[in-house]
Design a binder for this molecule. Structure first.
Ligand code: KG4
Ligand code: ZN
Length: 350
């Protein structure tokens, strides 16, 4: 049995977990600077790094205690080493290097996006799905993965662990970024995804204003490829919202609802088209925006029990996904020494 301690500090979440054989979560700890970032309307990189520096050691200490393990029992340390904010990544990387040196163990540098991908294979409430996946990536043919986070929007074909082909991506803003910017326009709090979803939920069908004044475009639907663009959608919202009274909750709710519909329509249609083009049955969605209920429902309607999505708490950044991805990379010979680990602010999946 292999015990891995994993560390996540790519953005504004400090995550630590200890997982045995990628299956048994012995402990998981998470702390977020999101409440502090709220007053700036987005993530301030310097603030994120400072908070990671304060939190990381206490979180590791409590993760080790809760796991009932001793540091000496840890077989390897996995750390998210990119993509992300370099200053934030460095806090996790330096902590991992120091621990590896002192404990005399090896490291695994995990791609943050690969961590998100693995979150679709974590134990899930839905047992039938869990059995279907069974941590066996390749046996049932490739899986199409829709990665939708604050920094990325990609459609990726996963042949096996570590074997990815990106077939489409955003040419400007990521889906989460679009939600965050739209929320700012509507004077809703950061992070934008949950606040737009909440505002949209606050009106029911009968009260919804579907008139032209609120309608927004569905960008790139007919672009003939699997790329996305969300920046024009945000600008369209900006121009329409300027003309309206944003103190009126119904106005904000109607815009929030239409914005959520526009983003999710595009994501779903492109995913369906990609699955058809590549003849793929199994589809997974991961990343912070995967927590969006409307998007989950729309994809579930399309792909039924061949659709895989993490539990809500594993959609946004956390230590468990890094630890589990670290395990598979470890199995594939991905161990390195502390001297070899470096961080990469831009690191694609392939
Ligand atoms: O994966 P994540 O935690 O961090 C990155 O790797 O970027 O994703 C954060 C993003 C934010 O942009 C946030 O607004 C979005 O995920 N998000 C949502 C929801 N919850 C979080 N977007 C739409 N609907 C949600 N319920
Ligand atoms: Zn993330």
């Amino acid at each position: 049995m292999v015990k891995i301690l994993g560390i996540e500090t790519s953005c504004d979440e400090t995550g630590v977990a200890i997982v045995e054989d990628a299956r048994i979560i012995l402990s998981e700890k998470l702390s977020s600077s999101v409440d502090m970032q709220k007053k700036y309307g987005g993530v301030v990189p310097e603030l994120a790094s400072r908070v990671h520096t304060e939190k990381i050691i206490p979180l590791i200490e409590s993760a080790v205690n809760e796991a009932g393990a001793k540091l000496a029992e840890i077989d390897a340390i996995a750390v998210a080493s990119g993509p992300g904010l370099v200053g934030a990544l460095l806090v996790g990387a330096m902590t991992a290097k120091t621990m590896a040196m002192v404990l005399g163990v090896k490291l695994v540098g995990v791609n943050h996006l690969e961590g998100h991908v693995l979150s679709a294979f974590l134990p899930n409430d839905d047992l039938s799905k869990q059995q279907l996946v069974k941590y066996d990536f390749s046996n049932n043919g490739p899986i199409l993965i829709l990665i939708v986070s604050g920094g990325h929007t990609e459609l990726v074909l996963m042949e096996d662990f570590g074997v990815y082909q990106t077939i489409g991506e955003t040419i400007d803003d990521a889906a989460g970024e679009a939600f965050d910017k739209a929320a700012k326009i509507l004077n809703l709090p950061y992070p934008g995804g949950p606040s737009i979803a909440k505002a949209a939920e606050s009106i029911n069908e009968s009260k919804r204003d579907d008139s032209e004044q609120f309608s927004l475009p569905r960008p790139m639907l007919d672009s003939g490829d699997f790329n996305f663009s969300f920046s024009g959608l945000k600008t369209a919202l900006l121009y329409k919202a300027r003309k309206r009274n944003l103190d009126d909750e119904r106005v904000v709710a109607s815009f929030a609802d239409e914005f959520q519909e526009a983003v999710t329509d595009v994501l779903v249609k492109k995913t369906v088209a990609a699955a058809r083009e590549y003849n793929i049955e199994r589809v997974a969605m991961v990343g912070g925006v995967a927590a969006n209920r409307v998007l989950r429902q729309k994809l579930e309607i399309q792909f039924g029990d061949q659709f895989f999505v993490p539990e809500f708490k594993y959609c946004t950044d956390n230590g468990v996904k890094i630890t589990v991805a670290g395990y598979y990379k470890y199995k594939k010979g991905g161990l390195i020494s502390w001297q070899e680990l470096s961080v990469r602010g831009n690191w694609g999946l392939g």
